[in-house]
Design a protein around this ligand. Structure first.
Ligand code: UD1
Length: 430
């Protein structure tokens, strides 16, 4: 079984190139089946969730051609099935984006129900409500979502909760509906905007993405395009917090600083220095970290996908901090692992009360999900002694070359298979 073995203690120093945003790439790949012409997508991250989706798309007849590691050509002219049963798709949340895309273009979709990280119950009622408002019949049977319609017709849809997934899914289906759709209380995340820009580059007519009202005038046909995916806000934020936690000095490159404002603000509050240029941010942590309060919120609030990373930093900070999780109800599972490394955190409902401790100590831990897994690795990089991290398959879902990028920043980390490999690493780093 693959694990990371880590010896903590080195401040991480240097530059790190940030890849394309996984959560933008997933809907963009799905939406690319909405034309029969070829679509070229650049800055695609080479991570497991993306590769699982590409395999599922290829299995229904989409031609998928890798131009290079981060560029792909897709052509959906040869789609031969509107039923996506791929078992592996259950593991990724974004499988349901194929519903919006297939329903929009073919007025029919049958897709295996999504899984993704186990961070709370993840309802899809708003997706279903949106599809039904457009005139589709939607049922869930035998673990599949089935959506079909004679015609899709534009509608005025009010989302009861701010949902990234539902906003994206309904936006895709509405792109090829007859007439105008208005989505109110829509999500404003950068990846929602990126998908709208992508669809517009294919001939869609979407306005207002990035605000809480999106207006979509349906079109009957979309065409091919060349598109570059935005940088990954969460990958960048993770390395920025790695600088804070390890008392390091990291410059994240190829990013959009505007997307990172809530993260930058918290790093400044806890005592880091932050320098911004056009497409880079440098984070220097030379002082003792200070406590703060943070609540996760939809964009432009502090992202729930950065909650474990800031908790790992605050557990080392001076004083008492409070972290409130307002998006998912079960996102503190990793706290038990962090406690085993010496953290002093009490979780009450959706709130973590954190009394800063001076240091972590290495332990054998498991990654409970994607973002918490990455956060625990960062804790291990600051810990005294050795840590082994199991279940790194979760981390590989969303971070390209995680251990390699960390190693290049000076981390003592290795991907290992066996106990013998661990012993060899320990001998090597002493
Ligand atoms: C996406 C991201 C995930 C991120 C989350 C919030 C992807 C692939 N995943 O997940 O990394 O943590 O946004 O930024 O992009 N909800 C409902 N009904 C629905 C849909 C959602 O009640 O129909 C609730 C959810 O249970 C949750 C909240 O709305 O409490 C937000 O979920 P949502 O924004 O939909 O998250 P995802 O799109 O699943």
């Amino acid at each position: 079984m693959e694990q990371y073995v880590i010896k903590g203690g080195n401040p991480l120093v240097g530059d790190v190139e940030i890849g394309g945003a996984k959560n933008a790439a997933l809907p963009i790949l799905a939406a690319s089946i909405m034309t029969n012409e070829s679509v070229y997508i650049d800055n695609l991250p080479d991570v497991r969730d993306i590769n699982v989706l590409l395999t599922a798309m290829s299995n229904i007849g989409v031609t998928v051609k890798r131009e290079d590691r981060h560029k792909v050509m897709l052509n959906a002219g040869g789609i031969n099935s509107l039923i996506v049963e791929e078992e592996t798709l259950k593991k990724i949340r974004a499988s349901y984006y194929l519903v919006g895309a297939l329903l929009g273009k073919y007025k029919y979709a049958e897709v295996v129900l999504p899984g993704g990280c186990d961070i709370g119950s993840r309802a899809i009622d708003q997706h279903i409500k949106g599809f039904r408002s457009l005139g589709a019949t939607v049922t869930i049977e035998h673990g599949m979502i089935k959506a079909s319609a004679e015609h899709l017709t534009g509608a005025h849809i009010y989302m009861d909760v701010v949902s990234v997934g539902a906003t994206i899914n309904v936006m895709m289906a509405a792109t090829m509906a007859e007439g105008v759709t208005i989505i109110e209380n829509s999500a404003k995340e950068p990846h929602v905007v990126d998908l709208a820009n992508f669809l517009n580059s294919m001939g869609a007519n979407i306005k207002g993405a990035g605000t809480d009202v999106i207006r979509i005038k349906g079109v009957s046909k979309l065409h091919g395009t060349n598109y570059t995916i935005i940088p990954d806000q969460i990958e960048a934020g993770t390395y920025m917090f790695a600088a804070a936690v390890t008392k390091g000095d990291i410059t994240v490159k190829n990013i959009i600083p505007k997307h990172l404002e809530s993260i930058t603000a918290k790093l400044l509050e806890i005592g880091c220095e932050v320098e911004e240029t056009d497409d880079c941010i440098r984070v220097v942590a030379s002082r003792q970290l200070q406590h703060t309060h943070v609540k996760t919120l939809p964009y432009p609030g502090f992202p729930t996908d950065m909650q474990p990373q800031i908790t790992v930093a605050l557990a080392l900070a001076k004083g008492t901090s409070i972290v409130t999780e307002s998006i998912f109800e079960n996102r503190f599972k990793y706290v038990d692992e962090l406690t085993r490394m010496g953290a002093n955190i009490k979780v009450e409902g959706n709130t973590a009360i954190i009394d800063g401790v001076g240091r972590y100590t290495g332990a054998s831990i498991s990654a409970p999900d994607l973002r918490a897994g990455a956060a625990l690795v960062i804790a291990a990089l600051a810990a005294d002694g050795f840590t082994t991290v199991d279940d790194i398959k979760y981390i590989e879902r969303g971070y390209e070359d995680f251990h390699v990028k960390l190693h290049n920043l000076g981390a003592q980390i290795e991907l290992v298979q066996t106990e013998k490999d661990i012993q060899k690493f320990k001998m090597k780093v002493g």
